[in-house]
Design a protein around this ligand. Sequence first.
Ligand code: AVJ
Length: 320
Amino acid sequence: MTEVDLESHRRDVAGELRADVRAGLTAEQKWLPPKWFYDAEGSELFEKITELPEYYPTRSEREVLAARAGDVARLTDAHTLVELGSGSSEKTRLLLDALTEHGTLESFVPLDVSESALAEAAEAIAADYPKLEVRGVVGDFTQHLNLLPGTSPRVVAFLGGTIGNFLPGERAMFLHSVREVLDEGEWLLLGTDLVKDRETLERAYDDAAGVTAAFNSNVLRVINSQLGANFDLDAFEHVSHWNAEDEWIEMWLRARREVTVDIPGADLQVHFAAGEHIRTEISAKFRRTGVEAELAAAGFAVERWWTDSKERFGVSLARS
Ligand code: AVJ
């Protein structure tokens, strides 16, 4: 097996979790940031989600990439492909194939918070693309963008609709910070899940096999193991709800009964009334006009907009 060196920018994971847990679980409306889903087990559960019949985004985006990867290569002449929140990098192979074929690609830089998912993906890709320099970065894409290696022109891919996990203000800040680290003429390839009927959306986030429910409560398992907490996972139920006004899916963990939880690693005891919920994720859904306006506001020129045949998922190619 090829060995790929990962560089890590995550210095104090327990300290960061502690701060997020203290902020989120002492708030009037309790919340937790979605990045804490992704320990080794959570990353595996997410991979299972991508294969569920109800979870269309992965398949829809793959259809777009399969059709358009050649266009991405031709339009960008990329020397470096950076992937933010890379996970398994499974769909990314379509881009790597096209860019390798096109003859310009030198390096691939996947960045993810999950060291286990990143190591596995980076090694598999290094083995399958022997001429490619693979430089995995363990990091948080809201904090570690300025540390990305690679020669210009670079394409930064942010796929899967993960941008939907940000609130609108965070999203604007994030897009500005991507624009800031890129040189003029470099590229952003952005995947955005699109607004559609409530039923399709809510089913995608509440599958019949219960994988999404397990993924959601995994964040409590992470807090138990990292901070010595005593969350009873069975005391919380998975809820996914389409918020039509804000146009995002909200995932909650709702207390089935009154519960008190000790979180010694955060010096915290948290009380939940029966029915009280923690918001664990938002997954915003987009419209073409909104995506184009947000990219333009961040200083990008949108050169292409592509969707799958059912118009469920959009991919934008934008130039700095
Ligand atoms: C990885 C953030 C794109 O929002 O659809 C899947 C995560 N959450 N099912 C999404 C997720 C519940 C996913 N992203």
